[in-house]
Design a protein around this ligand. Structure first.
Ligand code: TNX
Length: 727
C-alpha cells in the first residue's frame, strides 16, 4: 500500500542478528528468569518468601475516596476469583468488603490524590509495590499509578502445590514514555463496541494508555454526527458509534487510565465523507463507499470554503465529544491525483504562493488548526503534515520512521513513532520489541529527545474482522507495551517471549479472544464430517503456519474486497508461530559450532517426523472432504519436502559426513520453493531448515571457526538472507 517501509525491515534485520547472539548469551550465562510481569517494572527486586492468597484475603484502601481505584480493585479481585476459584467477602450490594484499617489487610492500596477527571498526557503514572510474607502495599501518588500497580499485582499471582500466592518483591515503577498507544482502525472492517472494550481491558493489563480510534476512512465513516447526519448515514453501511456509545467508551477507557484520541483522516482517505457531500471533493462526484484496499484518489478541496464550514461544525461537535486535548487529523497518503487534475486548485496554489501540493496541504492544516484551537484542541497528524508552517506544539506521528522523527524534532515538534509497530504486517514480537522510539546510538540532540513522546501499535483493519482482530493485536502488542514502558536496557528477547506466553493467558482472562476464536473457526473450515482427531491435527498444522508479512497478503489475494469473508486458513494462522520458534531453539545446538549431540539430533528428528505425520493424516483425512481446506494442500506438501531435507541434514550431521558438491545448492533451491506462500500463508520453520542444511554441508569447516565466525559463515552462505531463524 505504502511504497515506503512502515515496518522498517532493513533496520530490524540487523537488530535481529544481534538479538540472536545477545539473547542467547544472556540465557546461557544463567540469568535467573524474571518474574512473569509485562511490561517489566523499572526496578524490581525479588525478596524471599511469599504472601499466600486465600478466601480470607482482605483489602484496605486508606486515603481519599477514588471511584476509579475502587473499580480497578473490583475488576482485579474478580479476575483473581475467576482464576483461583476463591470467593472474597462481599457486602449485600455485592461490593467487596474493605478492611477498616491497613494493619491486618492482605493488600493495602494507598493513593496520594484522587483524580476524577479524564486522564491526560504527562500524568504521573508511577507506583511502588512492596510484597512480603504478611502484606502487599501498593502506593501511588495518583489514580493512574494505582491502576497500573493493580495490573502488576494481578500479573504477579501464581500457584504451586502450596496454593495461590504473590511472590515477595519490591517494585518501583514508572513509564519511560508518556504516550503508549494502540491504534484501532474501525473504518476498513467495522469493529463493534465489545471488541473495543475487551481490547481496552487488554491495554490496561499491559499499561498502554492511549486508544487511537481511526474513525473515518475511504471504506467507512464510523461516528455519528448530529450536525451532519448524512456523513454517518450514507458513509457507514449502518456501522458506526453513536455519540452516546462513544461517551460511554471514553468513560470506560478513562476508568482504566486510558485516553481516547480520535482520528478523522483528512484531506485524503476521504471517500466516505464525499459520498454524502460530493461537492467537497476535488473532482466531481458522485462517489460510493470504497470496497477495496489501497490508496485512493478522493480528497477534500482545500480551496472550497464549504469544506471549512462543514469541518468547523463537525470538529466542534467531536471536540465536545472527546475530552482529550489531542485530536488526530490524519493527513497521510494524499496521492495528489485529484489536486493535479483540477485547474482551479492549481491556480489557487499559484495565486496564494503555496508552491505545490505540499504547500496546499500545509494551508489546509493551518485552517484546520484554527478550528482545533478554537475548540481547545492540539493537532496530531501523520508524517506528511510536517511543514515549517505547522503550528507549534502539533504532534507529528511517524509512520516513516527515524528520518521522520529526526525531521520533525529538528523543527521542534513533539513526535510519536508507529513505523516498526505495524502489527497488521504480521512480524514477530521479537522484531517489534527491538523497535525503539529512541534507539541506542540515535543522533538526536537532548532537546530533540525530549520531544519523543512515545509510540503506538497500529491495527490497520484491511485484513481483520471482529473474530480475528484480537489474534492480530495480542499477545504481540504486549511486547510493544514493554518497549514503551520499561527501561531501554530491558531487551532480552528469550526472556520477553517467556513472559509473553504468560501474559497472553492473563489477556485471555481479561476477555480477549486471540486463542479462543480458533477452534470454532477450524471446525467451520473442516466441515461437519471432521473427527476430533482430525481437528486436533489441523490445529497443530495451523499453529505452525504464519500469515505472509508486509503487503504480500494484498498481492496474494488481489481480488479481496470488504465483503470477502476473512475466516480461511490464513486467518486462523497467527503471526509469530510458537512451534516454529520452539523448533529454532531445538535446532540451535545443531547449527552451533560444536558437534551434534545424539540428544539434539533425536529431538529435531522427532519433530520432523511428527510434522510429516501431520501431512499424512490431514491429506488423507479432513482435507479430502473439506473444500475450504483444499488450499492447505500445497503447504502440506512443502512441509513434507522441507522435513525430508531436514532429515537428510540430520543424517549428514550424525555421520559427520560432508555431502557431495552441489548438494547444498539443490537443497536450498528446494527449500526456497517450500518457503513460497500459498493462500497468503507460509511455513515459518523453513529458515531453520535452511540453516540446518548449511550447517550439515559446511561442517568440515566448523572446527576452524569461532562460534561467531561460524554463524557468519553460515549466514553468508544463505544470502540473500531469507529471514533469520531467530527465536
Ligand atoms: C498505511 S501509513 C496507512 C493505512 C493502511 C496501512 C496498512 C498510514 C498513516 N496509512 O491507511 O491501513 O498502511 O498497513
Amino acid at each position: 500500500m505504502s511504497n515506503s517501509d512502515p515496518h522498517g525491515r532493513a533496520r530490524r534485520r540487523a537488530s535481529l542478528l544481534a538479538t540472536l547472539l545477545l539473547g542467547w548469551s544472556v540465557t546461557a550465562s544463567g540469568a535467573a528468569p524474571a518474574l512473569p510481569v509485562m511490561p517489566r517494572p523499572a526496578v524490581m527486586n525479588a525478596g524471599s518468601g511469599r504472601l499466600m492468597i486465600n478466601g480470607n484475603a482482605t483489602v484496605a484502601v486508606p486515603g481519599p475516596e477514588d471511584a476509579r481505584v475502587r473499580g480497578g480493585l473490583a475488576r482485579m479481585l474478580r479476575r483473581i476469583e475467576e482464576r483461583t476459584g476463591l470467593t472474597f467477602a462481599r457486602l449485600p450490594d455485592d461490593e467487596y468488603v474493605l478492611a477498616a484499617n491497613a494493619t491486618g489487610a492482605t493488600l493495602v492500596v494507598q493513593i496520594g490524590a484522587s483524580d476524577a477527571g479524564f486522564p491526560s498526557l504527562g500524568n504521573d503514572e508511577s507506583y511502588t509495590l512492596e510484597i512480603n510474607a504478611t502484606q502487599a502495599i501498593l502506593r501511588a501518588p495518583t489514580t493512574w499509578g494505582a491502576l497500573h500497580g493493580l495490573a502488576t499485582v494481578q500479573q504477579l499471582l501464581r500457584a504451586d502445590a502450596s496454593g495461590w500466592f504473590l511472590p515477595a518483591v519490591s517494585i518501583e515503577d514508572r513509564p519511560r514514555f508518556s504516550w503508549r498507544g494502540l491504534l484501532i482502525d474501525v473504518g476498513r472492517h467495522w469493529q463493534p463496541l465489545e471488541v473495543i472494550q475487551r481490547n481496552l481491558d487488554g491495554m490496561a493489563l499491559v499499561k498502554l494508555n492511549v486508544l487511537h480510534l481511526h474513525l473515518t476512512e475511504d471504506q467507512g465513516f464510523r461516528i455519528e454526527s448530529r450536525q451532519y447526519p448524512h456523513l454517518h448515514e450514507l458513509g457507514s453501511d449502518g456501522h458506526y458509534f453513536t455519540q452516546e456509545q462513544m461517551r460511554g467508551l471514553v468513560a470506560y477507557a478513562a476508568d482504566r487510565g486510558i485516553r481516547v484520541v480520535p482520528e478523522f483522516d483528512l484531506p485524503g482517505h476521504a471517500t466516505s465523507w464525499v459520498v454524502a457531500y460530493p461537492d467537497l471533493a476535488s473532482a466531481p462526484g458522485p462517489y460510493v463507499i470504497e470496497r477495496k484496499w489501497g490508496v485512493f484518489d478522493p480528497v477534500l478541496d482545500p480551496t472550497n470554503p464549504k469544506v471549512y464550514e462543514l469541518l468547523g461544525g463537525f470538529l466542534g461537535e467531536m471536540a465536545a465529544l472527546f475530552p482529550d486535548t489531542y485530536l488526530h487529523i490524519g493527513g497521510d497518503e494524499n496521492n495528489g491525483v485529484q489536486w493535479n487534475a483540477n485547474p482551479k486548485i492549481q491556480a489557487f496554489i499559484r495565486e496564494h504562493n503555496l508552491k505545490d501540493n505540499a504547500g496546499l496541504h500545509a494551508y489546509f492544516n493551518t485552517k484546520l488548526n484554527a478550528i482545533l484551537t478554537r475548540n481547545g484542541k492540539t493537532l496530531v497528524g501523520w508524517d506528511e503534515v510536517l511543514h515549517p508552517d505547522l503550528p507549534p506544539g502539533s504532534v507529528v506521528h511517524s509512520w516513516r520512521g527515524p528520518e521522520g522523527i529526526a525531521a520533525a524534532t529538528k523543527l521542534g515538534f513533539p513526535v510519536l513513532l508507529s513505523n516498526g509497530y505495524y502489527i497488521d504486517l504480521c512480524h514477530p514480537a521479537g522484531e517489534l520489541y527491538w523497535n525503539d522510539p529512541l534507539p541506542a546510538g540515535n543522533r538526536l540532540t537532548p532537546a530533540q529527545r525530549e520531544l519523543v513522546l512515545g509510540g503506538e501499535a497500529t491495527m490497520w483493519a484491511e485484513w481483520v474482522t471482529p473474530e480475528t482482530i484480537d489474534s492480530r493485536i495480542w499477545p504481540r502488542t504486549a511486547a510493544i507495551a514493554e518497549r514503551l514502558w520499561s527501561p531501554s536496557e530491558v531487551r532480552d528477547v528469550p526472556d520477553m517471549y517467556r513472559r509473553l506466553a504468560v501474559v497472553s493467558r492473563r489477556l485471555e482472562d481479561a476477555g480477549l479472544q486471540h486463542e479462543s476464536f480458533l477452534d470454532p473457526a477450524l471446525r467451520r473450515l473442516a466441515g461437519d464430517g471432521a473427527t476430533p482427531a482430525g481437528l486436533a491435527t489441523l490445529r497443530s498444522f495451523v499453529d505452525l503456519l504464519e500469515p505472509v508479512k508486509d503487503y504480500r497478503r494484498g498481492e496474494q489475494q488481489p481480488a479481496a474486497v470488504q465483503a470477502t469473508p476473512l475466516n480461511s486458513l490464513v486467518d486462523c494462522a497467527r503471526p509469530d508461530s510458537e512451534p516454529a520458534r520452539a523448533f529454532a531453539a531445538l535446532a540451535e545446538p545443531l547449527v552451533s559450532n560444536s558437534p551434534a549431540t545424539a540428544e539434539s539430533l533425536a529431538a529435531v528428528r522427532a519433530q520432523l517426523f511428527a510434522w510429516k505425520g501431520v501431512r499424512t493424516i490431514l491429506s488423507a483425512g479432513v482435507i479430502a472432504t473439506a473444500p475450504r481446506l483444499a488450499e492447505a494442500r500445497p503447504l502440506l506438501e512443502s512441509l513434507a519436502t522441507a522435513c525430508d531435507i531436514g532429515e537428510e541434514s540430520l543424517q549428514l550431521l550424525e555421520a559427520g559426513r560432508v555431502p557431495a558438491d552441489g548438494w547444498l545448492t539443490e537443497k536450498l533451491t528446494r527449500l526456497t520453493a517450500c518457503a513460497e506462500p500459498h493462500a497468503a500463508a507460509e511455513l515459518p520453520m523453513v529458515p531453520t531448515l535452511r540453516l540446518l542444511a548449511a550447517a550439515a554441508s559446511e561442517q568440515g569447516k566448523r572446527g576452524r571457526l569461532s562460534a561467531e565466525e561460524w554463524r557468519q559463515h553460515l549466514d553468508s552462505i544463505l544470502t540473500p538472507p531469507a529471514k533469520s531463524a531467530a527465536p
